[in-house]
Write a protein that binds this ligand. Sequence first.
Ligand SMILES: O=C(O)CCC(=O)C(=O)O
Ligand SMILES: [Fe+2]
Length: 357
Amino acid sequence: MSTATPNASSDVLDFVVHKANGLKGLVDTGLQSLPRQYIQPPERRLHASQVISQESIPIIDVSNWDDPQLVESIFEAASKWGFFQIINHGIPQEILDHLQDAAHGFFGLPNEERKKFWKGKSPTDTAFLATSFTPLKEKVLEWKDYLSFRYIPGDEKSQTLWPSVCKDPVLDYMKRVEMVIKKLLELLLTKLNVREIDKEKEYALMGSLTINLNYYPHCPNPELVTGVGCHSDISSITVLLQDDIGGLYVRGIEEDSWIHIPPVNGALVINIGDVLQIMSNDQYKSIEHRVVANGSKNRVSVPIFVNPGPDALIGPLPEVLETGAAPRYKPILFSDYFSYFFSKGHDGKNSINYAKI
Ligand SMILES: O=C(O)CCC(=O)C(=O)O
Ligand SMILES: [Fe+2]
């Protein structure tokens, strides 16, 4: 291949990050053994003994959004697990398939084509390619690249600059999934005594949408690395499409136990993020999750982080405090919380302490 192969361990960060080849570029050099930058200390690896198979997160049929039982099922799943899958959401399978094909299509492009979109060099600030989580701040890199889009409805000027292999599949999906996001938030907020999501609340719940195409290349020693380290999302909710490979684990109720989220064809995985935990004053909880790498297959997943607008002030909702409950969080500007989250490596549920009183 045309790009020089890193030949010393110290060259890896330079090759992957500074030279914009990403992890995919590194794996494509024909990697036989794992560079030390990717080897996690034992306490950050998932061990088989920690995985429990007796429990599973709920799968909820949302074919009738007006079914009074639905709000109860969603509330129960969100309160108990912070995670659930939805089926029969109305988004055609073809749109989901095209989205996954688009992720494989982008990461299958020649290195030189992909790197045009590397963070800081991309022709538009609404689409960029990156690796790991915060590679310049992490002790050990995560086994993942991702292409990230900021979705602004109707922003054709910047969208024409998106990689052509992804643009239409991403936009087709976003147009369809918006309704699902609104319905989920409506139901989750109903149980917090919020009768109507007005413009201000809408901005605080979903004022900014980010969609990532995550790519986890096959790994020579999957048990030594992490695809994504333990974290909770900072979003209000996250809507995730995963392929049929598996590898996403969520923290169980028992001490240090982890539950696999099995791929279900056509389903979307929904999880509560820190923002909804804060707004609900802990009635909903954002739950830690992690991703394990695969030894033979290239996994893709597509999360949408339903985030507040950057200027939104996030704190416990007045409707939640009406009962006289003491607020557990102080109001924070979402852009400050966002910067804090990205100022360090993944560290479980520690970020939310930033907002605690
Ligand atoms: O790839 C997955 O299944 C989950 C990814 C994830 O947790 C994230 O991007 O925040
Ligand atoms: Fe996540």
